[in-house]
Design a protein around this ligand. Sequence first.
Ligand SMILES: [Zn+2]
Length: 188
Amino acid sequence: MVDDFPWDNDSSSLEAIYRETPIADLIAYHNLGAPHREYTQAQLLVGMCMDNRLQLRIPKNFAFIMRAAGANFRGLEFQMSFAIGFGGARTIALIGHDLCGMSGLSARKEAFIEGLVDGAGWERQDAEQHFEKYASRFEIGDPVEFTRAQAHHIRQHFPALVVAPMIYRVTDQLLYMINETPDDDASR
Ligand SMILES: [Zn+2]
């Protein structure tokens, strides 16, 4: 997985398409602690997981933030369109993360069911059916691969936007660009 992160906190190695964009600013703020500038309008739409361990260090007004389990925005395109069409965002940072609970869901099945039964007042059978109905649909697999593929999908949906797939590494709380090799470019 480390091979997917070519960027080592040195903004000079940021891919040319992201230089001078809000993606470079996001990295400067979050990873490098750059002083916060004042914004009156959002520059960026961030899509990230709901996981409580993820906390971006960014200025007020800098970004719209959509959070969904697994940073999976399938079916939420209209909310993205809102941030873009009405809110004026022209750049999207799509941020997956390591240690994501939506990766490997089947291993969490029993805890998931027990949590709903014990905490939410569900009947066990209902909780089991709920899991079985939706788990495969929301399973993201490898977070890096998932985020890379989703960036590809979102670029097709919003062709004029800059869409940057990134990973938030829980262990060091930093953002990393996901490597998109020329092979990936060819299949775009
Ligand atoms: Zn997650």
